[in-house]
Design a protein around this ligand. Structure first.
Ligand code: PRP
Length: 212
């Protein structure tokens, strides 16, 4: 049995449709279902549906052999896993955003984020002094209520920024979903993992062609 950790939510929907197109459609979970494990017995695969930020934890500890996770999480947490493939889905960007025309008078820029390590590396590289404010969600609220000067967050459609009258001030890096593997599993379940990697690579290439 191959165990696969998949993210719930927005990215999860895209992952399931990609798996289906890649020939792994035997266990598509029923929409709205609260089940956390779905099995495709014929293919010998068991899927775990987890919070996107927890996928790499399941893979790191070997509870899942492989998983799909955003590059943002990998950069933030640097887990000791193999990154096998850029899936070309969940495409977005990491950016600094804030109110247009804002002026910052403090010596240390106050930065609210779910990604303290990414934010720190980015501003450190520019020798800019910051005060980190670590939040867990609804990051866009912080500059609106004076909790921070700017945010570091992912921007996908840009609609959350727009709805809150914020704009991208600086681009940090492009982000997309990655197929990852547990290090031991990659050795001991090589055939099953390689087959899934190859099938997904074909689909990822099609997506890549589509965005060129
Ligand atoms: C993410 C991110 C932004 C939003 C960006 O939040 O933190 O808030 O999506 O997407 P958009 O550019 O398409 O609007 P998420 O939906 O994960 O919720 P959260 O605020 O609870 O982190």
């Amino acid at each position: 049995m191959l165990s696969v950790a998949l993210p719930k939510g927005r990215l999860g929907d895209q992952v399931f449709s990609m798996l289906e197109q890649a020939g792994y459609g035997g266990a598509n979970p029923v929409k709205g279902s609260r089940r956390l494990v779905v099995e495709d017995k014929a293919a010998g695969i068991r899927y775990f549906l987890v919070k996107p930020s927890d996928v790499a934890i399941y893979v790191l500890h070997g509870a899942a052999d492989v998983g799909v996770v955003g590059k943002d999480i990998l950069l933030e947490t640097t887990p000791d896993i193999y990154e096998l493939l850029d899936l070309n889905i969940g495409v977005c960007r990491m950016a600094v955003a804030g109110l247009p025309n804002a002026t910052f008078c403090r010596q240390a820029l106050r930065v609210a984020t779910k990604y303290p390590n990414i934010a720190k590396s980015y501003f450190d590289a520019q020798s800019r002094e910051i005060q980190l404010i670590a939040l867990n969600g609804s990051i866009e609220l912080a500059p609106l209520v004076g909790l921070s000067d700017v945010i570091v967050d992912i921007v996908e459609t840009g609609s959350t920024l727009k709805a809150n009258h914020l704009k991208v001030l600086e681009e940090i890096m492009p982000i997309s979903a990655r197929l990852i593997s547990n290090i031991a599993s990659y050795k001991f379940k090589a055939q099953a993992i390689q087959a899934m990697q190859d099938a997904l690579a074909r689909e990822a290439n099609k997506k890549g062609e589509g965005t060129k």
